[in-house]
Design a protein around this ligand. Structure first.
Ligand code: PEP
Ligand code: MG
Length: 873
């Protein structure tokens, strides 16, 4: 018989796959002797069984009964007992934490009878009815799908009628009325009465949690966070402890270190006389956990000790949920805490300093993609000084963002789809808002604390976040927010500083971030452990300068055609393209030679002793041609030909499929003088630098080659040109000529192509285009559907398609090295900066990757992780 239910005492932290993260940690904390209310976990296997049949199997029901029996014994309470009823919570918990994405039901076991027993037992009628109304709302929402708003509205109405400030003002009589009205909601729904039998409540709750794995917000969250659909969730059933049973009770969330900054100091929030969901849902703005230090120091000390024990045990920052019931501390959950990218870096480094982690382990703790958020711009300090602070909230997630205000997830999403920069402003957020949050530059709420849903999600996504800005009055009906007299309409611009919590009216410009402090230490370590080189794709000295600041090893790809878009260059380029004979090309080429020579000189000079790979021209010609009548007229005048002549010439150059047409080295075969000019420009710069005492080893890269013969032909063109230039000079220049591997045919015949190549560099953009047969410029119309429908796991232009494109790459690496065992091999397409792809490149023996400047730190960390994992296996 399969064991489908485990008591907390039976599990441990290594059983995440089976018990989910929450279940495994509850078991581990039980093992550590920490004060955990007891209970049991239904496994993910039980979830998979349920997903197949949509039934709770007899085997499972039997095991639940047995576990309930044991829980009754340990707790001395029983379901439906008139003396001492057992009350429980039911919570989801997948192997990977998905905060707030699935469901929780508290206070199961209460009904019209047991609520009175509880009132009597605790001598606290208000508490009993408060607990009952919570059960009715949570059960109604999670199990019967009744909108939360329906319940909230009743509470709001009573509070408004009676002029109450908070839920705490509700009297026992009020709560009794609320219970009656909540039960009415059930009657008016098509689901019928609230089930009075605790066992029926429990089983319905278990089903609902299993079902919640498939709800829309959970699916979106998994898609965003690349969490497998196959994991399923476990269900935790746990004896209730009550934070809402009086003034000596409360509930809180604590992080063992500050999740926004990483500072090594207990950080958390506490709500007196409240139940767990109140903190996370941001319904009341909680106090800092520091209040416990002054009000009940022994509890604060206990929390502190627990935090320390857990950190030492898990060797990472922990996020705890605790409840205090009549002065007694209980732990309801511990997990690795979500943190901002800045905090992740600081914590990883501090844990090494504290001797808890090795450098390698610390490197593995930081998500490479998250570094992008650290490289985000900061507000321009001068401009900020000119803006008065509109209001201040809690600095939930650092960063600087400027955008237009939207008040709902749907309008935010729509505005973002239309190309606007969006800031989502709400009273609070709930998991239903996830799509709107994903597209927002910043998330601002008027309620809730540092552990509210909005704060946790903003930090998780690396979005700027300010929460609990209580002076901000958000009115959804009017689509307005206001601070005093100042009104912000939908679409107005505001600026949000997630580091200080300040909000400003209007847009504020930002300045680029730099690498400093902890991040530079982490990247130093990454460099120590990475085997793959990390180069940059840079077309201008400015890009390269940025990449150098990010410590790129050199340039892996300079796309020379991008240098031709400045007006005076474009004109010369057009003259070259439109010319009919080599003679006509000679004059504009001589101008381009001058300009290119100056570009290359500047780049080589900036590079110093770092390597630079220059790719010769690869233009789909149509990109350079004038398109509309006005432009044609202008160009005709500029180059001194008639409009008719120009139009006919443009027509003759038109291609039905330019990306597969006259581009890349095909251009060299038809117009050798263009590549000759570029080689001349490279060598002129090299020789000039040599005269100045700087030795340059130029690497020249040929795009789009598909055969040994073609590569051989172009290589000879290049080497002849170099030989000619060196003929009467008394120096040797150490240069290489390599090919871009971007044609499937070149990959298949890589052993032959390698004979004519000093290096390979994969152009995965074209290679993916040609392997899938997807036009890289037109995928937008269908790719999102493919991903949504699960036909593609990810966009193969962003993350390498291991099975197809990856297999061709592997073949090319192996075949190329059959010919030249030491052949250097790079990747310079978009996927070169993608962490998941980098892991694959490490495995197949790639030498280096090259990516856009801002991806360099990301790629470096990913390369270190890939090598650490590779050598550990
Ligand atoms: C590629 O194809 O991957 C590549 C780097 O070249 P481009 O994007 O310029 O075609
Ligand atoms: Mg290409």
């Amino acid at each position: 018989m399969t064991q489908l239910v485990y008591n907390f005492a039976e599990g441990n932290m290594n059983m995440r796959d089976l018990l989910g993260g929450k279940g495994a940690n509850l078991a581990e904390m039980t093992r550590l002797g920490l004060p955990v209310p007891q209970g049991f976990t239904l496994t993910t296997t039980a979830c998979h069984d349920y997903q197949e049949t949509h039934q709770l199997s007899a085997e499972l029901l039997q095991q639940v009964d047995r576990a309930l029996e044991q829980l009754s014994e340990t707790s001395g309470k029983r379901f439906e007992d008139e003396q001492n009823p057992l009350l429980i919570s039911v919570r989801s918990g997948a192997a990977i934490s998905m905060p707030g994405m699935m469901d929780t039901i508290l206070n199961i076991g209460l009904n019209d009878k047991t609520v009175a027993v509880l009132a009597k037992l605790t001598a606290n009628e208000r508490f009993a009815y408060d607990s009952y109304r919570r059960l009715l709302a949570m059960f109604g929402n999670v199990v019967y799908g009744i909108a939360e708003d329906a319940f909230d509205q009743i509470l709001t109405d009573i509070k408004t009628q009676k002029g109450y400030q908070s839920d705490l003002d509700l009297t026992t009589e009020d709560l009794k009325t609320v219970v009656v009205e909540f039960k009415q909601i059930y009657r008016h729904s098509d689901q019928g009465e609230f089930p009075q039998k605790p066992k029926d409540q429990l089983l319905a709750a278990i089903r609902a949690v299993f079902e919640s794995w498939d709800n829309q917000r959970a699916r979106i969250y998994r898609r965003e966070n690349q969490i497998s659909e196959d994991l399923g969730t476990a269900v935790n059933v746990q004896e209730m402890v009550f934070g809402n049973a009086g003034a000596d009770c409360g509930t809180g969330v604590a992080f063992t270190r500050n999740p926004a900054t990483g500072e090594n100091k207990l950080f958390g929030e506490y709500l007196q006389n409240a139940q767990g969901e109140d903190v996370v849902a941001g319904i009341r703005t909680p106090q800092s956990v520091e209040v416990l230090a002054t009000e009940v120091p022994q509890l604060y000390d206990q929390l502190h000790t627990i935090a320390h024990t857990l950190e030492q045990h898990y060797r990472d920052m922990q996020d705890l949920e605790f409840t205090i019931e009549h002065g007694k501390m209980f732990l309801l959950q511990a997990r690795d805490g979500k943190r901002t990218p800045a905090a992740a870096v600081k914590i990883a480094i501090d844990l090494v300093d504290e001797g808890l982690l090795s450098k390698q382990e610390a490197i593995l703790k930081v998500k490479p993609e998250s570094l992008t958020a650290l490289l985000h711009p900061e507000f321009d300090s001068q401009m900020m000084a000119e803006h008065a602070v509109l209001t201040t909230g809690l600095p939930a997630s650092p960063g600087a963002a400027t955008g237009q205000v939207y008040f709902t997830a749907a309008t935010a999403k729509q505005a973002s789809d239309e190309g606007h920069r969006v800031i989502l402003v709400r009273q609070d957020t709930s998991p239903e808002d996830i799509e709107g949050m994903i597209v927002s530059q910043a998330i601002v709420t008027s309620r809730g604390g540092m552990t509210s849903h909005a704060a946790v999600v903003a930090r998780g996504m690396g979005a700027t976040g300010v929460v609990g800005a209580s002076e901000l009055n958000v009115n959804y009906a009017k689509k307005q927010a206001s601070v005093g007299e100042q009104v912000i309409e939908e679409g107005d611009w505001i600026s949000v500083d997630g580091t200080t919590g300040n909000l400003y009216l209007g847009p504020i410009e930002t300045t680029p971030a730099t690498i400093k402090g902890d991040l530079s230490i982490l990247l130093e370590w990454a460099k120590e452990f990475a085997k793959l080189g990390v180069y940059t794709n840079a077309d201008t000295p400015r890009d390269f300068q940025k990449a150098l600041e990010f410590d790129a090893d050199g340039i892996g790809l300079t796309r020379t055609e991008h240098m031709f878009f400045k007006p005076e260059r474009l004109l010369q380029m057009r003259r070259v393209i439109l010319a009919k004979t080599a003679d006509q090309r000679a004059e504009p080429l001589s101008h381009l030679l001058e300009m290119q020579q100056a570009d290359f000189y500047e780049i080589y000079k900036l590079a110093g002793d770092k390597e630079v790979t220059i790719r010769l021209l690869d233009p789909p010609l149509h990109e350079f041609l004038p398109h509309d009548a006005a432009e044609i007229q202008e160009v005709a005048t500029q180059i001194g030909v008639s409009v008719d002549y120009l139009t006919t010439r443009i027509d003759s150059l038109k291609e039905s499929n330019p990306m597969l047409g006259h581009r890349g080295d095909r251009l060299a075969v038809t117009f050798p003088d263009i590549y000759q000019m570029q080689v001349k420009a490279i060598m002129t710069a090299v020789l000039r630098l040599s005269d100045e005492g700087q030795i340059v080893h130029p690497h020249i890269m040929i795009p789009l080659t598909d055969s040994q013969a073609e590569m051989g032909w172009v290589r000879k063109l290049v080497t002849d040109q170099i030989a000619e230039m060196l003929a009467d000079r008394d120096i040797t220049v150490d240069y290489t000529v390599g090919t871009m591997m971007e044609m499937p045919r070149a990959c298949v015949t890589a052993n032959q192509v390698a004979k004519e190549s000093d290096f390979f560099s994969f152009g995965t953009n074209d290679l993916t285009q040609l392997t899938f047969g997807y036009s890289r410029d037109d995928v937008g119309s269908f790719m999102p559907e493919y991903i949504k429908k699960g036909i593609l796991p990810a966009d193969p232009f962003q993350t390498v398609d291991v099975e197809g494109v990856g297999e061709l790459m592997k073949m090319a690496v192996n075949r190329g090295r059959l010919t030249k065992p030491d052949l250097p091999i790079g990747v310079c397409g978009e996927v070169g900066g993608d962490p998941a792809s980098i892991n694959f490149f490490e495995q197949i023996g790639v030498t280096y990757v090259s990516c856009s400047p801002f991806r360099v730190p990301v790629a470096r960390l990913a390369a270190a992780q890939a090598h650490i994992l590779q050598t550990a296996n």
